[in-house]
Every structure is written in C-alpha cells, then in structure tokens.
Design a protein around this ligand. Structure first.
Ligand SMILES: C[S@@+](CC[C@H](N)C(=O)[O-])C[C@H]1O[C@@H](n2cnc3c(N)ncnc32)[C@H](O)[C@@H]1O
Length: 271
C-alpha cells in the first residue's frame, strides 16, 4: 500500500512539474504577444500572465520588492534543499525514495508562486523588430530551452525528477545513486542545463524592465547555485571532478577545450 502511494506521489509530482514547466516556457516567452497567440487566441486565456505583460504592476518599489523576494525564495529553496546535509535530514524523516520527489514538488510550487505573483514591470527597454533579429532571438530562446531539456536526459532525466527512485522502491529494488557523466554538451561546458536557461532568459526580443530584473536575478541565483553544486561535486568525486574542471569551462564554451579523459566519466556520486 505504502509503496503504491509513494509511486503515485512521485508520478503526480512529476506531472505537476511537467505542466508548470511548459507554462514557464510560455511565461518567459511572453506567449500572449507572439504569433502563436494570434493563431490560437485561446492560448492567451490559458497563459494570462507572463514575465513582461498580463497584470497590474502596482507601486514600482513594491513590485521590485515582491519580484526580488520571489526570486530569493526560489533560489534559497533550491540551494538549501539540494545540499547533501539537507537531503540526509529529509531522508531521515521521510521514505528515502520520496526525497527527490519532495524536492521537485516544493521547487515546482515555488516556481508556480513566482509566475502567479510576478509583477510585470514596464517600460520596454529594447525591442528587436527586424525580421532577421526576431528569428535569431526566438531561435536562441528555443535552443536554450532545448538545451535544458536535452541536458536532463544526458544526466538522467528520471533520476533528476524522482521517478526512478519511486519506481525502484515500488519494484523492491535498491535506489542506485546517480552517476557522474560527461556526454555531448558536458564535454563542452560543465553546466549546459544552466547555460540553456541563461540563453533562454537573456535572448528576449522584447526586453522590459521586469524581464531584465527576472533575467538578472535568475542569473545571480544560477551563478551561486553553480558554486554550491561544484563544491558538492568536488567533495563526492575529488580528483575526477578537479580534472574535469581544469579541462572544461564552466558556462562559456572555449574553442579547442573539450573533455577527453574517459577515466573520469562514470564515477558514482554520493546520494
Ligand atoms: C539541475 S541539475 C544541473 C546539472 C548541471 N549543473 C548543468 O547545468 O548541466 C543538478 C544536479 O545535477 C548533478 N550533476 C551536475 N553535473 C553532473 C554530471 N556531469 N553528471 C551527473 N550529474 C551531474 C548535480 O550533482 C545535481 O544533483
């Protein structure tokens, strides 16, 4: 009975995340202002709020405080809950196999809160109207989100979102710790998933003050998150990760620098 409930919890949490993430793409891409919304007006009702448009800003100082508070809350939850000490504490209070799903559930809840309460702030700072510019920037937004999606599969999509853990416990199997891997994008930069987000956040054809605040705040969180994540990875993997760090740039690809060392590619990481 308990096994089935944990599995159901993991699946429902994953679906919640998946729908919220699709909404997030529309939120960042200001779906209401795009040709897609012209073609399917019902989409505007489905996604009424976006990072730049869709609700009253209110007093500017309050809007800035709310927006920064939402980003800080999102960043703090991710940074604290992803640390090994917190994971162990949580696993001692909950079934270990549900720990990742709890993380995904809370992260998604805070993402939904951010999108729901975000105050779009004018004015438009710049807008690229030329057709070529629009195509380039929209392509970059799509490439950024595609990099995020593909990177989750390069690491282990189903482990990252807790499905592997709840399925293993349902089948009565031991939950295997994730493995350190460096395929494809991970040979070029150490954090392609975060790089994908940075590209998608900054390549906006229409940049409002609110979008700029969002992109800057999320970028700051990503840079802090990278530092904390690498500290953990060095602790788990020691010289394997140190060598990887020496050869592969963090976020900005450098021509001629790529990971070639096969020895460090499949180390087990502490759970
Ligand atoms: C949201 S993912 C982001 C991964 C990576 N920072 C990126 O931007 O592509 C965070 C999880 O991925 C794990 N991770 C980071 N690099 C990894 C790698 N090369 N192989 C396997 N897991 C990795 C971290 O330990 C962490 O649990």
């Amino acid at each position: 009975m308990q096994k089935g409930l944990i599995l159901l919890f993991g699946i429902v949490t994953y679906l919640f995340f998946f729908v919220a993430f699709l909404y997030f793409i529309a939120f960042v891409g200001n779906l209401q202002t795009t040709a897609l919304a012209d073609a399917w007006p019902a989409l505007v009702e489905l996604v009424p709020y976006s990072v730049s448009f869709g609700r009253e800003t209110g007093p500017p100082a309050l809007a800035v405080a709310i927006n920064l508070g939402l980003i800080a809350l999102f960043g703090a939850q991710h940074s604290i809950m992803a640390r090994s000490g917190f994971k162990s504490w949580l696993a001692s209070h909950l079934p270990r196999s549900a720990e990742r799903s709890v993380y995904v559930l809370l992260s998604t809840a805070l993402l939904v809160l951010l999108m729901w309460q975000w105050r779009p702030m004018g004015p438009v700072l710049w807008s690229v109207d030329a057709a070529v510019g629009q195509v380039v920037l929209w392509s970059l937004v799509a490439i950024g989100f595609a990099m995020v999606f593909v990177s989750t599969f390069l690491i282990d999509h189903f482990d990252l979102f807790g499905l592997k853990q709840v399925w293993s416990q349902f089948r009565g199997r031991e939950v295997q710790p994730p493995r350190f891997v460096t395929p494809l994008f991970y040979r070029v930069v150490r954090h392609p998933l975060y790089l994908g987000f940075l590209i998608a956040f900054w390549a906006a054809p229409t940049m409002t003050l609110g979008h700029l605040l969002f992109a800057a705040g999320m970028s700051a969180y990503i840079l802090v998150g990278v530092k904390l994540e690498e500290r953990d990875l060095v602790r788990y993997l020691g010289s394997d990760y140190e060598r990887y760090r020496e050869q592969v740039p963090q976020l900005v690809p450098v021509p001629g620098r790529a990971w070639r060392d096969r020895a460090g590619r499949q180390s087990a990481m502490a759970d």
